[in-house]
Design a protein around this ligand. Structure first.
Ligand code: URA
Length: 239
C-alpha cells in the first residue's frame, strides 16, 4: 500500500496533510526517513513511525451501536442525522457503514464495519442469520399470531415470510413481545404484525447472530467489538 494512503487511512490527516509530514521528514520506515508519498509499504513487515510514534496499521473496524430513534441507518443524508454522524473521527476515517438497516424510529443493536465481505455474508439470505427484536404492539397478541408467524405470514406485497419465533411477554391492549426472524425485508417486523392486523408502536433490536446488545451502552453510543465477538461473527458468517 502507498505510504500516503496508509497514513491517511489510519487517520493522520488528508493525503495533502500527510504529504507535508513526509516532506518535513516526520515519517520513518524501518528506521530510515522516507519522504516519498508513493513509497510502497508492506503492512505485515515494514515498521512505520510518524513523529517518533509507531503507526499501527488496521484494515477493519467492527462497532456495536445502540442506535437511538430519529437517526438514519445510512452513511450520509442531506436532511437527517445518520448513525455515522454519531461516530468520532477515530472511527470515521475507516469509512464504516451500517450492516443492514434499522428504521429511523427503531432502536437497538446495530453493527457498523468497513468489512464489506463480512457484511455481505451476514446479510446474505442464504445464511439465515437470526435477529431478535423486542416490541410493543398495539392490540392483543395471541398464540394464534405465534402460530401464524411460525408458519409464515403473507406481507402486503404478497411475500410469504420464513418461520418467525414469537414469544409473548405480555398480552393486553398493548402487548410486549420478542420476535426472532432470519430475514431482513424492508420494515419486516412492522409488516408481519400488520399481516395479523396489529401495529408495532415501539421496536428495538436485541441481537444479531451470536451478538446481543451490550446493555451498558446508552442509546446513541457504541463500542468496538472484542476480538472474541469478532471471531463469533466470522464463525456465523462462514458457516
Ligand atoms: N423490522 C422493522 O419493521 N423495522 C426495523 O427497523 C427492523 C425490522
Amino acid at each position: 500500500m502507498r505510504l500516503d494512503k496508509l497514513l491517511s487511512n489510519m487517520g493522520y490527516g488528508s493525503r495533502k496533510e500527510v504529504r507535508q509530514y513526509l516532506k518535513n521528514g516526520a515519517v520513518r520506515v524501518n528506521d530510515e526517513t522516507e519522504k516519498k508519498s508513493g513509497a510502497i509499504i508492506n503492512t505485515d513487515k515494514d515498521s512505520v513511525t510518524l513523529l517518533g510514534e509507531p503507526v499501527v496499521y488496521r484494515e477493519f473496524i467492527y462497532l456495536m451501536m445502540n442506535k437511538p430513534q430519529g437517526v438514519l441507518s445510512a452513511t450520509e443524508d442531506s436532511r437527517d442525522k445518520t448513525v455515522v454522524d454519531l461516530l468520532s473521527e477515530d472511527f470515521t476515517h475507516f469509512n464504516p457503514f451500517p450492516v443492514g438497516r434499522l428504521d429511523k424510529d427503531t432502536e437497538g443493536f446495530l453493527l457498523l464495519t468497513n468489512d464489506g465481505k463480512l457484511a455481505h455474508n451476514l446479510l446474505s439470505p442464504k445464511k439465515n442469520v437470526p435477529k431478535t427484536y423486542y416490541a410493543h404492539i398495539s392490540g392483543e397478541v395471541t398464540n394464534q399470531d405465534a402460530e401464524d408467524f411460525q408458519n409464515g405470514v403473507v406481507l402486503d406485497d404478497g411475500y410469504k415470510t420464513k418461520a418467525g419465533e414469537l414469544h409473548i411477554l405480555k398480552s393486553g391492549e398493548t402487548s410486549e413481545i420478542e420476535l426472532t426472524i432470519t430475514e431482513g425485508k424492508f420494515h419486516q417486523v412492522k409488516r408481519m404484525f400488520e399481516a395479523v392486523d396489529k401495529k408495532v408502536v415501539y421496536l428495538k433490536r436485541l441481537s444479531m447472530g451470536p451478538l446481543s446488545l451490550d446493555e451498558a451502552l446508552p442509546l446513541g453510543t457504541y463500542r468496538e467489538l472484542t476480538n472474541e465477538e469478532v471471531e463469533m461473527l466470522f464463525r456465523t458468517s462462514t458457516t
